[in-house]
Ligand binder design. Sequence first.
Ligand code: GDP
Ligand code: IMO
Ligand code: MG
Length: 452
Amino acid sequence: MANVIVIGAQWGDEGKGKITDLLSRSADVVVRSQGGVNAGHTIVVQGQIFKLHLIPSGILYSDTECIIGSGTVIDPQVVLEEIDQLEALGVSTKNLMIAQTAHVTMPYHRIIDRASEERRGDRKIGTTGRGIGPTYADKSERTGIRVIDLMDESDLRQKLEWTINYKNVILEKLYNLSPLEPEAVIQEYLGYAKRLRSYVVDSSLKIYEAIEKRKNILFEGAQGTLLDLDHGTYPYVTSSSPIAGGACVGAGIGPTAIDRVIGVAKAYTTRVGEGPFPSELDDEIGQLLCDIGAEFGTTTGRRRRCGWFDAVIGRYAVRINGLDCLAITKLDVLDSVDEIKVCVAYELDGTTCDHLPSNASQFARCKPIYKTMPGWKQPTTHCRSLDDLPKQALDYLKFLAELMKVPIAIVSLGASRDQTIIVEDPIHGPKRALLDANGTPLLGDKLPVTSE
Ligand code: GDP
Ligand code: IMO
Ligand code: MG
């Protein structure tokens, strides 16, 4: 039995969907615990492309239970579309469950998300425009509508009438927009409720029962560490807690149930939306990474900003999430690059900085300090073991593992399930996240990508 968290170690889109799908083979339950339809997880199985926003990536396995947990925010229209699309492709959603305590994205959330971005002008966050921030804001303000509210017509009617009248003041007075008609929204959401009812459960109880039965549970991260509301590059973050600790909160389980945390990072870095990005490439190499990596958002289609691997961020993700090991994805995207750079530290106001500054304006002033490595200039998509990799590619991976002081358990060299090297068992391999003051792992003593 192992309960495993898969987390994004950068700014999202690291390939969590592919890695979750891969690991779901040995999972009984897959849980999404944070985020909403801002997430876009692409999975490629035998050439067929699946794009998931809220439904856990375990759904492609017919016996795997998939739970959308309490910490997520649910846009019923999008979830129902996803269910319909999967069913049309022959993927059953009979094992899908939705938390009754998850909050629901309403039309006013989407409208306010877009209007507030417009109003911010130069200070905009670059959100996905899916109403995520306003839904979480209402949750904190205690004016949110939860899935359980949708299940009771009189309750829903009473809550929505009050809330829509309240939101209409904001729409009309602050944004100069048309008010919403409460009855139209109530009818729309009652329609969704009818279809969603059979999926709604007490998700924390379901997960607890699975733990008691010693089932294997995979917690699929959404977004990434640097987008975390508390620990990310605030204010250019999302409104939830996509770090490992957030998985427990969002699923409604205690941290003692977790056996392992796997971080997913690209072999380079991407970011969608606004905010500082020290290793960003505005040149032809950035364009090449974007073209070869097909770096366009799954949710919004926006071009992802591309740059070199940033080990300051990598080390930060190891610390914040207590990572046991890493899955490095998209190594193949670097196949044609002559020289590869890795940001090993920052220069901040004339001094070397090894840590991520918490202050956004300091972070914006950070200049990358690079170590340059030779490229391998040959295809790697066919490689299935470390021995198949060109020496320079292996050296690159070793360097990343040494910089971050965690083992690389998985290397991904293409979008398909089989385009993967399992370096060591990512779930049952020794735990090595804890380091002593000299950086020596406290448990276990070797990195799997060894020097010789
Ligand atoms: P997620 O949000 O973390 O699940 O990542 P996305 O699905 O948004 O973005 C990752 C993209 O890279 C998807 O289109 C994947 O199909 C693709 N992908 C994943 N792993 C690899 C890889 O190793 N190589 C290549 N070339 N593409 C990959
Ligand atoms: P997955 O799960 C990449 C980014 C947005 C924006 C910021 C806030 O596919 O990795 P929001 O709509 O959440 O209020 O936007 O967060 N963002 C993501 N970037 N991948 C994601 O999810 C993201 N989810 C949100 O681009 O910068
Ligand atoms: Mg994505």
